[in-house]
Design a binder for this molecule. Structure first.
Ligand code: G6P
Length: 630
């Protein structure tokens, strides 16, 4: 989603452009940059589309030498992706002219706009952002200090935001910043330089020292120092964190796409998690008997993390026997939910910055729940707000479509379930050790499945072809594998733009079966040992009877029992429909490993189809890696 970078340095423009390019993976649809030259004037360049377009614009209309620059990648919310709506935005009206970049949403912007119009300001864009430079300009014109003007933003603006501002004609090189809800951190330079960004990664090549700002902090940044004040206006010192971002900066390492690289890393991710969190047949996580005594658990997350949370919910109920409910954060944050006394909330988020997930966390925290955060970024807002933080250890995930983080989430949730089960007595030491013995074989099973992936390309080629006239797919599964149907369908629609729906197989008769004809690809996810095999296969037969194009992901033993000819001579997408399903066979594994072994083919099916379709695999249209607005 939107990215912010600011630099006070003699290389400001270069550093900001490079910083923005490091944030490209997050998803955006326009970009812009402003510099303040030595005489205090501010010059802005903007372009729609990728950063290359902004670089081209700057090449055509070069900017003056400057020791201050602010830049932005915009993911459109208020107003479409046009040059006028792109950031930076400047105030138009009474002096001083203020220019800002902004992440987040100013919810009461209409009300502010009306007030500021009455003060003589005019507006040129459709954005909510444009109110910010005008409000700052107005406050400064009233004689307020920079810190007071920033404080006015925090009191007058509703919503979440991170803002950088520069004031035309200001004495010296000075950058103003504030945040609420949306992330913003200072990067401390070696002397004569300072930086600020919405993600430390943007500044990885210029510093390793960062200061995370708290909600409603206001900051005046000069090349020599950073003056932070808290919400009450009192000067404060926030802790400096040294981050080693070298691994995060590693590129595709020879893979065609980040998504492929990240899928291939999954055995290593599983091994890393097991190495960190298990020892001598026990789970080692910072959970206590008090956590295990919780009468109920709520899991909140968004997107892929939500589906991982759903799988985790099945595991927590089965292993630890604690009633567990997973819900999407955007709903949970507004529910009038009677949280149980002593309840746990498990918050699952790869980025740790998802706005709805953070809000759901705060909602439950205020209701007295103990918050356990599972996140891939242990310095994130969600990590900082939680009572207990568990690192997902997936390594930085760059592709918008999440793969290795999903696997890490499910695996860590499984370990949480085992730990709570050991603590609350639902599993004894022997059963925990036996589960862990099975789980330790996971990296090997995953490697074996990855080696099979090229075999599935012919299906993907057909799915990508124009011969898939419905341009739609159905994914079906039961029990603990049902969230995989949702996740498989999500992956497919995210990166191929083929409409795909995930359904619990048992629900098929209640609607989706109406879609089935000889043109509809239906992915069935089945396992011989999940206790639901016969029922799943009955649903598959119902699709078969209506000549649906079946892709069956099934374990080796299940495939044997079904005795379809294999390899299948015809593949889905052939007409008339094949007489029997196309089989993707996974290894026979203990039941609680099925969510992992059945996951990989789903990821690859989406990836390979996208490659055949020629869509932008790593940065699909309209999507953002980290959704920092509601
Ligand atoms: C966005 C991403 C998804 C991700 C979701 C939740 O929609 O595109 O891949 O699953 O946000 O993100 P989180 O960082 O909270 O896991």
């Amino acid at each position: 989603m939107c990215g912010i970078v600011g630099a006070l340095s003699k290389n400001a423009q270069k550093i900001v452009l490079e910083g923005l390019s490091r944030l490209e993976y997050r998803g955006y649809d326009s970009a812009g940059l402003a510099v303040q030259s030595e005489n205090g004037t501010v010059h802005t360049r903007k372009a729609t589309g990728k950063l290359a377009a902004l670089r081209a614009e700057i090449e055509q209309n070069p900017l003056p030498a400057a020791a201050l620059a602010i830049g932005h990648t915009r993911w459109a919310t208020h107003g479409s992706a046009t040059t006028v709506n792109a950031h930076p935005h400047s105030s138009h009206g009474p002096a001083p002219k203020v220019t800002v970049v902004h992440n987040g949403i100013i919810e009461n912007y209409e009300e502010l706009k009306a007030e500021l119009k009455a003060e003589g300001y005019t507006f040129v864009s459709e954005t909510d952002t444009e109110t910010l430079p005008c409000l700052l300009s107005w406050a400064l014109a009233q004689g307020q200090s920079e810190a007071e003007a920033l404080a006015l933003l925090t009191t007058r603006c509703r919503g979440n935001y991170a803002v950088l501002a520069v004031v035309e004609g200001a004495k010296g090189t000075r950058l103003l910043a504030t945040r609420r809800g949306a992330p913003l951190c200072l990067g401390l330079g070696k002397g004569g330089e300072n930086f600020v960004a919405s993600d430390p990664l943007a500044l990885a090549s210029v510093t390793d020292k960062f200061v995370y700002l708290e909600d409603n902090d206001t900051v005046v940044i000069t090349p020599e120092k950073t003056e932070v004040r808290d919400a009450s206006g009192t000067p404060v010192t926030r802790p400096v964190q040294v981050l080693n971002l070298a691994d995060d900066m590693a590129g595709k390492q020879g893979y065609k796409h980040f998504m492929l690289k990240e899928m291939m890393e999954q055995p290593a991710v599983a091994a890393r998690i097991l190495e960190a969190y298990t020892k001598d047949g026990e789970v080692q996580l910072p959970l206590t008997a008090a956590h295990a005594a919780a009468p109920a658990i709520t899991i909140v997350a968004c997107g892929t993390a939500y589906y991982a949370g759903m799988v985790g919910g099945y595991m927590l109920e089965e292993l630890a026997e604690v009633p567990t409910q997973a819900d999407v954060a955007s709903e949970m944050r507004y529910r009038k939910k009677p949280y149980p006394k002593g309840g746990l909330m498990i918050v699952v988020s790869q980025s740790g910055e998802t706005a709805d997930t953070l809000a759901a966390l705060e909602h439950a925290k205020a209701a007295g729940q103990t918050i356990i955060a599972l996140t891939n970024v242990t310095t994130s807002s969600i990590a900082r707000a939680a009572h207990v933080v568990i690192d997902l250890m997936a390594g930085r995930e760059v592709a918008v479509a999440s793969t290795k983080a999903f696997l890490a989430m499910v695996l860590v949730l499984q370990l949480v379930a085992l730990k709570l089960a050991a603590l609350n007595g639902q599993q004894n030491a022997a059963t925990v050790a036996s589960h862990l013995k099975d789980i330790h074989l996971l990296p090997m099973h995953l490697m074996n499945i990855l080696a099979e992936a090229p075999k599935w390309e012919p299906i993907a080629e057909k799915l990508a072809s124009a011969k898939n006239p419905t341009h739609s797919m159905l994914y079906l599964a039961r029990g603990m594998l049902t969230p995989l149907a949702y996740e498989g369908a999500l992956k497919m629609k995210e990166i191929t733009y083929i409409h795909a729906e995930g359904y619990a197989s048992g629900e098929m008769k209640h609607g989706p079966i109406a879609l089935v004809d000889e043109t509809l690809p239906v992915v069935n996810i089945a396992a011989s040992n999940d206790g639901l095999f016969e029922k799943t296969i009955s649903n598959l037969k119902e699709v078969e009877a209506r000549h649906g194009q079946i892709i069956l992901i099934v374990d080796e033993e299940g495939a044997k029992q079904l005795s379809y000819p294999s390899p299948t001579p015809q593949i889905p997408g052939s007409y008339p429909a094949p007489t029997h399903p196309y089989l993707i066979i996974t290894p026979s594994v203990p039941r609680l490993l099925l969510p992992y072994t059945h996951l990989l083919p789903l990821q690859f099916l989406a990836y390979q189809t996208a490659v055949f379709k020629g869509t932008d695999v790593d940065q699909p249209r309209n999507l953002a890696k980290s959704v920092t607005v509601e």
